[in-house]
Design a protein around this ligand. Sequence first.
Ligand code: MN
Length: 467
Amino acid sequence: MDPTADTVAVLEAQLREAVERYLPDQDTRAIWRALEFARTAHADQRRLSGEPYLTHCLSVAVILTDLLRRGADPVILEAALLHDVIEENKSVTRERLRREFGEEVALLVDGVTKIGGVPFRNPEAVQSENFRKMLLSMAKDIRVILIKLADRLHNMRTIAAHREEKRRRIAQETHDIYAMLAHRLGIAHLKWELEDLSFKELDPESYRRVSELVATKRAEREEAIDRVQEPLADRLRTEEIKAEITGRPKSFYSIWQKMERTGGSLDGIHDLLGIRVITETREDCYRVLGVVHDLFLPMQDRFKDYVASPKSNMYQSLHTTVIGPQARRVEIQIRTRQMHLVAEYGIAAHYQYKAGGRVENELERKLGEFLVRGTTEWQAEAENPREFMDLLRVALYQDEVFVFTPRGELKQLPRGATPIDFAYAVHTAVGSHCVGARVNGRLVRLGYELKSGDIVEILTSPSAVPR
Ligand code: MN
């Protein structure tokens, strides 16, 4: 038997199990139709690794069920399975997907395909906030971004098959754009994995150093954590505070960043030590903090209260660093179970809540504030996922378009903007001498409505007169 056929079967079983677990009462027949459609569309195609192409489609769907759990809907899973069929099979069109799977699925697949076609050649533009806004505005639906993130994660996990130069380019893009997007959406564990996988490609030597360091210090680290964890657990029991204490893994990349900040040295193991306490309520967080500071000496200036003032991506926790036994510094994070869910899953946590029927108003509010940063009037109560989607669509910069100059600079313009608006945005002189425009290499009317991702070139003539 072909051993690679095995991989397909294993992934298929994983997806079926996840769908049964997380979507028990939903009509999931279209998911399996989408799987068969993808199987046919990619029939003769293989990944560079030699595996059947379908392993990629299945993996993206499985990653999404892990991420969204009960919040996964049939539509996003159908779109995940179908996300590459237009790109990889020229006989499949958006129209055909619309007929067979409906407008929503077609829109998601189309969005994923479009984002895949954005030019990433100017590193300066790529690192800008506008670039991420542009991706969000092109996506039209946040599920497009979630699929794209899952797609990128699987591509990074299987990147070894590419040649070095390509690996570096993909890793750089992953680091600059996708890890940042995951961060903006508050999906910490996706961000870390994307960062670590790109770190490994971009700086293999440092990656090896950090991973060896972490491995050699493992026993020492675990012992140090025990020495803080045990007395803390005892005290919390006495005080009757319900809490779960765990050692906290740190990403290789975050350890490396810390080493860089401290001049490359990592003399102690304190930078590797982290403890997390998960409690029930917000009040408990502060009670735990009191106990921690009573047991161990807190370090000045290392205390942060993100419970009272959450980060812009909704992250909430109390952070403190204390001097533990043997004068070792230990970082401690304290948060409720819900804060933990938001910290790990970010926007995806919202879907999990929705589906669980336990919509937290607080979370809803934060999410709204986060997405429409700058405006605080966002008060609408999204009662169902559909309404929530509509709200998100508005928040995803639908009133703006983001276009490139020929040099790859990014300009933000209001929706409906034309090449003339673009010309004036570049420079008044360009605007007043504008005689024509090329968009994506083609001549267009000056009244052409610009779309996000367009590359706009203005043709000027010194004799042109401002109108
Ligand atoms: Mn893909």
